[in-house]
Design a protein around this ligand. Structure first.
Ligand code: ZN
Ligand code: FE
Length: 255
């Protein structure tokens, strides 16, 4: 495997993925802070070659400028967000492809959490970096986009193979799982996963990365076809999946 990924936990519940090639070159995803990345890079003898940004929120951008000026590296990020993330040197749009660390990173625009949000997909490695769009058993809050936009965005991600390893930006898994269980208490995959998640968290370890196949079986936002979810939202079985998604996102906001 030409690349591996390490997670740096920062702030309350953020993760900064570091994508590392065999020669020690690395990419930094959504640095909320510069110092912990700088320390990690030095301790491990790595050479940063670029920053990948998914969206403009401060907990994904505040470390960019410090790392950019210290290492003189390129900053990849959404073209849409150029006006609010001026550090971006390489603006990206849907369908762009980047050749970095001997891998191809495909860019998908996934509006919903924010309007400019993008994700990075490395098909050859079965890897994806999804920021605040898809979480383990959850999805991002809709700060700027509509439920319809987020529903469409998630429907692009589920086209990835079940074996895709997914790095999201927050450790929200346990509370997401509690909401998921309230919506689908009879889902045995979900019950089992929650037990595993509780064990992992009781040891203070990350539940990230996750896998697309696991999400399809346990993430209510990818399961809006479930009649159990529709019923628990007070919707009729004929309710469209998109309308179910809208009601589900609303219910999560109140949970
Ligand atoms: Zn965010
Ligand atoms: Fe965030």
């Amino acid at each position: 495997m030409p690349i591996k990924v390490e997670l740096i936990p920062v702030l309350e519940d953020n993760y900064i993925p570091i994508i590392i090639a065999e020669n020690g070159n690395c990419l930094i995803v959504d640095p909320a802070l510069a110092k912990p990345v700088d320390d990690f890079v030095n301790q491990n003898g790595l050479k940063p070659i670029g920053i990948l940004n998914t969206h403009h929120h401060w907990d994904h951008t505040d470390g960019i400028e410090g790392l950019k000026s210290k290492y003189k590296i390129e900053v990849f990020g959404p073209k849409y967000d150029l006006y609010r993330v001026p550090s971006i040197t390489n603006p990206l749009v849907n369908g762009d492809k980047l050749d970095l660390l001997n891998c191809t990173f495909e860019i998908l625009e996934v509006p919903g959490h924010t309007l400019g949000h993008i994700v990075y997909y490395v098909k050859s490695e079965n890897l994806a970096f999804v920021g605040d769009t898809l979480f383990a058993m959850g999805c991002g809050r809709l700060f700027e986009g509509s439920p319809e936009q987020m529903y469409k965005s998630l429907n692009q991600l589920v086209l990835w193979p079940d074996s895709t390893t997914i790095y999201c930006a927050h450790e929200y898994t346990e509370s997401n799982g509690q909401f998921a269980l309230s919506m689908e208490p009879d889902n045995t995959d979900l019950q089992l996963r929650m037990k595993q998640v509780e064990q992992i968290r009781s040891k203070g370890r990350p539940t990230i990365p996750t896998q697309m196949g696991v999400e399809k079986r346990t993430n209510p936002f990818l399961r809006v076809h479930s009649t159990e979810i529709k019923r628990n939202l007070g919707l009729s079985p004929e309710t469209s999946n998109e309308a179910t998604f809208t009601a589900l996102r609303h219910a999560k906001d109140q949970f």
